[in-house]
Design a protein around this ligand. Structure first.
Ligand SMILES: [Zn+2]
Length: 336
């Protein structure tokens, strides 16, 4: 079968389309999916480049997100990329993304950009047959991640002010849509005026170009020094100071990533004096997966799509993601 693979870590030149991979065979509790489309996430770039402690067995299939039909049926499903053991103390508590043996498709297990994939049956959610395929392919990882961040962890409430750093990426856009659905007042930042304009069109209330404006100072000035209630920061080093500078009293900062670098500095005096809460979040549990699947079934929170490539153009799709120029998700079409 056909798949998008790497055989060693390195540059995007290592990405190789193979046509000779064996059909995967489901084990107990698993099902085989005929993939229609997969979507790229920043995680996939990290996998290509190499991550500490991650060892791949070549040929390694890339990709974490997918939509397809259960093999031999017409049932359309999306895939939850998080694999958990179902037995550890966190799984027993229903917190699968805290599983001590948590793994992700494409990172610790063979990925989704392939004609056929095998996943545990509880990792799929059935969706209506007429769901738009690119949006379904691009839906799960970012929406699940953003949902857990804003709804479960930060407990965002109507009319609160939320700052989303770096609008244009998948998680940030999903967070924007979820925050608007909650009824919050949403601030977004970007270095691109074009991305800010597009975020406004999606409902962002306030947009700040961080290249030309001091984000924290601007937010303080526009909120009579109050600041925001919640910050969504997946950028890390480059934005941490402006995120904390914008955070008001009793504010919550929630992070799911550190794309610009992991080592951040927090002034402990400001942390206790303002009674801030700093929250980590990763992926989502099975209950949250079911909740966001219902949003997809109702055609809510559909992700903006930047571009769709055929699997024969896989390397170009990855280059689009690596460019940082995209607004929305990059999708790879696998089967018709
Ligand atoms: Zn577990």
């Amino acid at each position: 079968m056909r798949a998008l693979t790497i055989s060693a870590h390195g540059s995007l030149d290592n990405i190789e389309r193979r046509d000779d991979l064996p059909l995967p065979v489901p084990g107990p509790g698993e099902i085989r999916i005929r993939v229609l489309a997969a979507a790229l996430n920043r995680l996939d770039l990290f996998v290509v480049g190499g991550l500490p402690g991650i060892h791949i067995t070549p040929p390694w299939i890339l990709g974490a997100d997918a939509v397809g039909t259960i093999d031999g049926t017409d049932d359309l499903v999306v895939v939850n990329p998080g694999l958990s053991d179902g037995t550890c103390e966190f799984c027993r508590r229903g917190e699968q993304s805290l599983c001590v043996r948590f793994r992700l498709l494409g990172e610790h297990a063979q990925g989704t950009i392939a004609e056929y994939i095998v996943v545990p049956e509880r990792n799929v959610a059935r969706i209506p047959r007429d769901t738009p395929i690119p949006q379904a392919a691009a839906f799960t990882l970012t929406t699940l991640t953003a949902w857990r961040m804003l709804v479960t962890r930060a407990q965002l409430r109507p009319n609160e002010n939320v700052l989303i750093q770096g609008i244009g990426g998948g998680v940030a856009l999903a967070a924007l849509q979820i925050a608007k659905q909650v009824g919050a007042h949403v601030w977004v930042t970007s270095s691109s005026d074009e991305k800010l304009a597009r975020a406004r069109a999606l409902g962002a209330d306030e947009a700040i170009n961080y290249r030309t404006t001091d984000v924290a100072r601007e937010i303080r000035s526009r909120t009579a020094k109050r600041g925001v209630d919640v910050v969504v920061d997946s950028v890390g080093e480059a934005t941490w100071q402006s995120s904390l500078g914008a955070l008001g009293k009793s504010g919550r900062l929630v992070t799911c990533g550190a794309t610009s670098g992991p080592m951040v500095m927090t002034d402990a005096r400001k942390l206790f004096w303002n009674q801030w809460t700093i929250l980590g979040s990763t992926m989502g549990n099975d209950a949250e997966f079911e909740t966001v699947a219902n949003e997809l079934r109702a055609r809510r929170l559909l992700p903006p799509i930047d571009s769709v490539f055929d699997i024969t153009e896989g390397r170009t799709a990855f280059a689009r993601l690596a460019s940082g120029a995209q607004f929305g998700k990059v999708v790879v079409r696998v089967n018709e």
